[in-house]
Write a protein that binds this ligand. Structure first.
Ligand code: ZN
Length: 136
């Protein structure tokens, strides 16, 4: 369950809600590690993603990456923020997703759950001293 912090801006709340809805599409249905993500671009578009597991583990995809790939495949590479939602008490994007997001800049805000509470951090904070492609 994803609960926005009381002082969370309206934009983050909407994004968290969309990530929670996207979680419902996680594959396989009813999986224990269902995650949803919602990515907001700088021009106001939202792309959602869900975790997609595979019987071959290395072929599974994280919800965050699915959202990024959907955005990039439609020509959007400038990201403002991303919300992630899981049924776990604590959930933050994995290292791979942090680097995938970092490719497109280090100022993207990530809305997530930490210590059971909503928390927002930038990619620069989540992945310090990193490098990226600085989206063209
Ligand atoms: Zn990941």
């Amino acid at each position: 369950m994803c609960t926005p912090a009381e002082n969370k801006p309206e934009e983050a709340e909407k994004l968290l809600k969309k990530s929670n809805e996207a979680k419902g599409c996680a594959y396989p249905p009813g999986c224990k590690n269902a995650v949803g993500a919602a990515l907001l671009t700088e021009d106001g578009k939202t792309f959602t993603g869900c975790s997609i597991e595979n019987s071959t583990p290395c072929l599974s995809a994280c919800a965050e990456c699915v959202a990024v790939w959907k955005a990039v495949s439609e020509g959007c590479t400038k990201f403002k923020s991303l919300a992630v939602c899981s049924d776990k008490k604590d959930y933050t994007p994995c290292g791979g997703c942090r680097q995938v997001l970092r490719e497109f800049g280090d100022k993207t805000e990530i809305h997530m759950q930490l210590d059971g509470k909503a928390k927002t951090m930038t990619i620069a904070e989540l992945l310090p001293m990193s490098t990226g492609g600085e989206a063209k």
